[in-house]
Write a protein that binds this ligand. Structure first.
Ligand code: UD1
Length: 428
């Protein structure tokens, strides 16, 4: 298994191209099941999760063509043309869903297009139990009959799904996306109240509009969707990855560097930018993207609570904790979205951090310096938080289980070393 070796202490200077958003790409790819015409998506990141979704869609009968080598050394993002002329299979098997929970996003589109779907239950994951009850309940309210049998969600609809007024009891990105895609082909009007407002949901909604659905309220917590008999093909460029943006912004902050995050936008990371400014970084929008710099004084401790968008994202919690580990003063970090998302804490402590977890909150007392160590990560964002720690630490850090990183960060070593980091991948 590959490992990443980092020798810390270098300030980052330069430009980092930000890839298309993984979490926008996955539902957009699933949306190709909704039409027999070609959906062309550009600016897709080169990531393992994208390949997993492509594999799943191919099994369902979607024909996928990929463009050749992307220009600019591959940084320009990949384009995929997805054509679901006929959906030949309606089962999303356990082996694929197990490796990527987002596979469950084919449920709504499959059901809406073909009237039946069989999708493996994803089960738990390292960061919590993560049920799919909200996805199922929304589809049931649209007329689907759903049973759980032999570890699979078996859903069927007699005729088209029906528009419904759905009030989500809690905010769920995936459930909003599944319901949104199903509603685009449903008969009549669907209202999704307490819907997720994440930019990835808005990107999906804009794509569905371009495919022919009528959608009001994009970017708000109430979406009104007028379904159509059929949707058509389109070309849609994926938005920039706000979590990758935030992660490299933290990398600039923790190393006292100055980087331009090319192709990203401030409105995608307002909450992250706000916290970073309080912690002592400067953030400004430039013609090319976002500039993040920390030149004056130490990192300051700031309290943070994770929340659905537009609040501070749970996917940035681990990275922010690493920054706080070297801050002046203390910080309280509260995780409200996932119940088991502090698994990076013991690893950060092995690098010299002073962190105490009390239930859903962690008290981080900043230390002057972390020290390099061999560490191991348990999920995607935890892994990258250890990369950030390694960049700031004294000496050498070796991160094991790099496959987690490859699910969400495209060419991480390349992007960071181009800005002066001493980082390399050790192949086994
Ligand atoms: C998406 C993101 C993930 C991010 C998360 C929260 C993708 C592919 N993944 O995951 O990176 O961390 O949003 O911003 O976009 N829940 C239920 N029942 C359900 C669905 C969710 O109880 O049916 C709970 C979850 O356990 C969790 C909370 O709702 O506690 C939010 O989860 P959700 O927004 O659904 O996350 P995902 O869509 O899985």
């Amino acid at each position: 298994m590959d490992r990443i070796r980092i020798v810390g202490g270098n300030r980052l200077h330069g430009q980092i191209p930000i890839s298309g958003a993984k979490n926008a790409s996955l539902p957009l790819m699933a949306a190709s099941l909704l039409t027999d015409e070609t959906v062309t998506l550009s600016n897709l990141p080169h990531l393992v999760d994208i390949s997993t979704m492509a594999h799943l869609l191919t099994e369902l009968g979607v024909h996928i063509e990929m463009d050749g080598e992307a220009p600019n050394g591959g940084h320009a993002g990949r384009a995929l043309a997805l054509t679901a002329k006929k959906v030949t299979e309606s089962t999303a098997p356990y082996d694929l869903v197990r490796t990527m929970r987002a596979s469950v996003l084919v449920l709504g589109p499959l059901l809406a297009r073909t009237g039946h779907a069989r999708v493996s239950l994803p089960g738990g994951c390292a960061i919590g139990t993560r049920p799919v009850d909200l996805h199922l309940s929304a589809l049931e309210q649209m007329g689907a009959e759903i049973e759980i049998r032999e570890g699979y969600i078996e859903a069927k609809a007699s005729g088209r799904l029906q528009g419904a007024h759905i009030v989500f009891p809690m905010v769920s990105v995936g459930a909003t996306e599944n319901a949104l895609m199903a509603a685009a082909l449903a008969d009549g009007v669907t209202v999704l109240a307490n819907a997720a407002r994440e930019p990835e949901v808005a990107d999906l909604a804009r794509c569905l509009m371009a495919m022919g659905a009528e959608i009001d309220g994009i970017g708000t917590d109430t979406l009104r969707i007028e379904g159509c008999d059929s949707l058509h093909g389109i070309h849609h460029p994926v938005i920039a990855d706000r979590i990758e943006t935030g992660t490299y912004a933290m990398a600039a902050a923790i190393t006292g560097g100055d980087v331009v995050l090319r192709g990203s936008r401030l409105d995608l990371i307002e909450a992250i930018a706000d916290v970073l400014r309080k912690a002592g970084s400067e953030i400004s929008e430039t013609a090319e993207g976002l500039r993040v710099a920390r030149s004056n004084g130490p990192v300051q401790g700031v309290d943070v609570m994770t929340e659905p968008f537009p609040g501070f994202p749970t996917d940035m919690q681990a990275q922010f904790m690493t920054l706080m580990a070297v801050a002046e003063g203390a910080s309280m970090i509260t995780e409200t979205i996932f119940e088991n998302r502090f698994m990076h804490v013991p690893e950060l402590c092995r690098m010299g951090a002073n962190i105490n977890v009390h239930g859903a909150s962690a008290i981080v007392r900043g230390v002057p310096r972390l020290s390099g160590a061999p560490v191991m990560a348990t999920d995607l964002r935890a892994s990258v938080s250890l990369v950030l720690a390694g960049l700031a630490a004294e000496g050498e850090t070796v991160i094991n289980r790099v496959y987690h990183l490859d699910r969400g960060y495209e060419r991480l070593e390349e992007k960071l070393s181009a800005c002066g980091a001493e980082i390399e991948r050790l192949k086994d």
